[in-house]
Design a binder for this molecule. Structure first.
Ligand code: 9WN
Length: 403
């Protein structure tokens, strides 16, 4: 069993000079975007509020000053073991001089700051971050958008890399013939990671950047929530201008989701290249619990799905229901349970007033985090630990949940 002492050891072991925390040693040696946001909660739970803010500050210091993008990876020049490394991207450099990728990740940082502030952290520390958050969300909701939802240009951008949701659009991509050796497979078993066939297409998108363009309702819901949370923290800091813009942005993204939702109130994935709507029982549904404007009937439906329906697991929320064609209970985002999805769904439920349901999901998250090795993801029925060991956000979210 893994407990608070081990979770703390994981975070301290993955700390890089008090600047940022890597997701997992051996597999992910750089700073990742949404990882750092979740990880900040772990530092705060350890009583290290200053370190929590530094995690968020270093994330935003890597922002591209030209267009506001906060990339999915800010590269550590000392780490060379990860592919695709900086040479695969266009040469972007963050404001702090680090090389960064050309794609983003779900912008949960603003939501994390609101959660920190709600639990008593000194919000004054967020003041210099407000313009950076505003530019990042502006880049997603205004500059890279389709009907007020962010256009997602790579499966890595969703954070749910090989989700079954993207099988159709990924299958239309021309595979690259220049895929470097799979370093991830030196550390993780093949059947827990995407196959070479998928990687050839992930690199294919890097070579032909408009070959994957989708709307991910989970990414959109997290963006809408981030904008709503930015509006609240900006207003708490008397930054009326930022608060006003963010309020508008949250409303626009929510309205866009609402306008293309099905009869059950839940929006599908849309492949913008083929025009197909893809409605599968995956985490793309569950994460829409973060939409503040859901009708009570939709909240009830999704609450049932994640607590005792198709997406429920004793260890949290499944990345895909067992009934999804292509479900693989041990493979990455094609079925296993991930702690960040469970935690975000709990937050959504709590914000809809479903306190008991949120508490139940959090107790399942702790069951995941107690699995030997503090693993990246777990098998949804057995709780078998999978992927990286010593995974930072699993540790951080467990520390936060028990603090
Ligand atoms: C690509 C770091 C990241 C997470 C993602 C997860 C995985 C990377 C990879 O690891 O993606 O970004 O190499 O597989 O899918 O959510 O942020 O933990």
């Amino acid at each position: 069993v893994t407990d608070a002492g081990d979770w703390e050891v994981v975070l301290r072991g993955n700390d890089r000079d008090g600047h940022h925390t890597i997701p997992a040693a051996g597999l992910y040696p750089h700073q990742w975007n949404w990882d750092s946001a979740f990880i900040a909660l772990g530092w705060a739970a350890l009583g290290e509020e200053d370190r929590a803010w530094r995690e968020l500050e270093s994330l935003l210091a890597g922002q591209d000053p030209t267009d506001g993008l906060v990339a999915h990876i800010a590269f550590d020049p000392a780490a060379t073991s990860y592919e695709p490394g900086p040479r695969w991207w266009s040469g972007r450099v963050g404001g702090d001089g680090r090389r960064i990728s050309d794609i983003s990740q779900p912008p949960v940082a603003a939501t994390i700051i609101r959660v920190l502030s709600d639990s008593g952290a000194d919000l004054e520390r967020a003041r210099p971050l407000l313009p950076l958050l505003r530019r990042w969300l502006g880049c997603l909701i205004e500059d890279r958008s389709h009907g007020d939802e962010p256009v997602v240009g790579h499966p890595w951008e969703t954070g749910r890399d090989n989700s079954i949701d993207w099988d159709l659009p990924v299958s239309a991509v021309t595979p690259s013939t220049r895929v470097p050796g799979r370093r991830d497979l030196a550390v993780i078993a093949d059947d827990e990671r995407p196959p070479d066939r998928d990687y050839a297409r992930y690199y294919g998108i890097l070579e032909s950047s408009d070959s994957f363009r989708i709307l991910d309702p989970a990414f959109s819901a997290m963006t809408a929530a981030a904008a709503a949370d930015l509006s609240i923290i900006a207003s708490d800091l008397d930054d009326v201008e930022t608060a006003g813009w963010a309020f508008w942005a949250a409303g626009a993204a929510r309205e866009a989701l609402r306008s293309r939702a099905g009869d059950d109130g839940v929006a599908p994935v849309r492949d913008l290249l083929s025009g197909a709507d893809i409605a599968l029982p995956t985490a793309s549904r569950a994460l829409q619990l973060l939409r503040g404007d859901l009708d009570p009937a939709t909240v009830e439906l999704l609450a049932r799905e994640v607590l005792n329906g198709a997406l429920a697991s004793p260890f949290g929320v499944r990345s895909a229901a067992a009934s999804t064609p292509g479900f693989e209970p041990r493979n990455y985002w094609r079925g296993p349970v991930w702690a960040n999805v469970t935690w975000l769904c709990a937050l959504g439920l709590e914000r809809h007033g479903r306190t008991k349901a949120a508490a139940e999901l959090r107790s399942r998250l702790l069951r995941h985090a107690a699995v030997e090795g503090c693993r990246e993801y777990v098998e949804p029925d057995t709780g078998e630990g999978l992927g990286a060991a010593g995974f930072s956000w699993t540790a951080a979210l467990a520390l936060w949940t028990t603090s």
